[in-house]
Design a protein around this ligand. Sequence first.
Ligand SMILES: *[C@@H]1O[C@H](CO)[C@@H](O)[C@H](O)[C@H]1NC(C)=O
Ligand SMILES: *[C@@H]1O[C@H](CO)[C@@H](O)[C@H](O)[C@H]1NC(C)=O
Ligand SMILES: *[C@@H]1O[C@H](CO)[C@@H](O)[C@H](O)[C@H]1NC(C)=O
Length: 533
Amino acid sequence: MGRYSFSYSLVITTIFLCGCTLQTKVESLPLSTNGRWIVNENGKRVKLACVNWVSHSETILAEGLNKKPLDDISKTIKDLGFNCVRLTWPILLATNDSLASITIRDHFHSLGLNQTVIDIQKINPSILDLSLIKAFQGVVKSLGEKEVMVILDNHVSHPQWCCANNDGNGFFGDKYFDPDLWIKGLSIMADLFKGVSNVVGMSLRNELRGPKQNVPDWYRYMQKGAEAVHAANPNVLVILSGLSFDNDLAFINNHPVTLSFKGKLVFELHWYSFSDGNIWTSMNPNQACGQITRNVMRKAGFLLDKGWPLFVSEFGVDLRGTKVDEHRYLNCFMALASGLDFDWALWTLVGSYYLREGVVELNEYYGILNSDWSHIRNQAFLQKISAIQLPFQGPDSPDVEHNKVIFHPLTGLCVLRKSHFGPLSLGPCSNSDGWEYTPQNTLSIKGTHFCLQAQREGKPAKLRKKCSNFNSKWELISDSKLQLSSKIRYNSSVCLDIDSNNIIVTNACKCVSIDNTCDPGSQWFKLVDTTKS
Ligand SMILES: *[C@@H]1O[C@H](CO)[C@@H](O)[C@H](O)[C@H]1NC(C)=O
Ligand SMILES: *[C@@H]1O[C@H](CO)[C@@H](O)[C@H](O)[C@H]1NC(C)=O
Ligand SMILES: *[C@@H]1O[C@H](CO)[C@@H](O)[C@H](O)[C@H]1NC(C)=O
């Protein structure tokens, strides 16, 4: 988590968007990389759609075991459509044997969490007298039994909430961050989970940062750490965080990472609304999204073009859903996430913490679960991100067919035709036809003569067969390049939009002036590449 601290019902529509990997069976592991894609043993793409589960703070126990049985939490993660967990841990859990062997009961008592002990006794009695390290292994095992993959994320050295510039855990040489101890801890952890097939990757260190950060030391230690992990456990992906709270990997552009092994290297990026100051409220949303998208591409997105997988291992919003900046950020995030089809991990699963920054049972508003871990905090949000849980694309080959879908970031749905001549509406992307965006700027359904046509302002757009008129030409306009604009008369432009029933209509284009109070979200559409084999 970034620098500023702060009976489940199922909503997942099963999406069979492309012929790519849908379910990752543990037996098709380990994972490796093929260009920018993470693939399984059979060469099929596996898209990491993970959720972060905190186990690195003072308590050193995966959160929530005072609220729900471990196996129920694991099952819920799977049922919500996540195929993996980014499980956070502190170096001392691996390197300090006297700490690692303390029981949960004694450890929680020593933190004054006596009521939590009583609750864990009730809900997860078999955990309470396990040592900290055995409990950690137990969490990984429970996830494996539900076919949930695990990325072990070294979040901090000293167990504590993360991350601030001066918390002693930010960069090599900081108070708690001894590089040799770190490498030792990584090796021990990699070795401990050798042969545990659902552990598919290790994030070497979360959010490098602070006054000591510098590029030469980044290469020096990250390459060493990567070699150490690979030597101890050659099966796992080795995942490297950038500088400045993992907002910046631009330096890789001039200086590739040099490793003795191939096919395991992945980069990770963190991207929150607060990663970019107050830009989401101070700037026009189209301009802000355009500018931030260019930043993200320059700082990390370029890695995909260079043939490296990019794992956006933290993003998320306050799920009370009331903040304007986060609403704009999330729509922009969804557009880029669908377009680039990168791997990702949501911050966070956790509905509340045992103890965070001195507060017992702190409510986590970014948590997908509510404070007592019994319900989904925000169904609409989960529905929205379910659209990016499954892959749009996979590795190319001669028999792969390329299409597009017209994705609507605000809803996480796609433009669908219900009948030949009736209006179009939003629905699951899995049901989408393959669209083509032609050099003549028409949007047509592949294998048909039908193209999308604007009719009148406030009226549904329709499929028609005459595609040469100006009302069949669609341009991507505004700084965001997310508004599809056509003309209904020689001199009058409209933008694709949705009405209150999710019917596809055209309206006056929103937010194209420099106004920063407007919200163009309903008019944002992303033409997303898909592949099908
Ligand atoms: C190891 O853990 C024990 C028990 O918590 C603690 O007393 C000791 O100070 C720790 N040692 C180091 C080097 O952190
Ligand atoms: C918490 O439990 C421990 C161990 O049973 C006990 O020694 C301690 O007095 C308890 N603390 C409180 C505040 O009840
Ligand atoms: C198009 O609209 C502009 C601005 O409203 C106007 O000045 C111009 O005369 C119009 N041109 C035609 C051909 O209608």
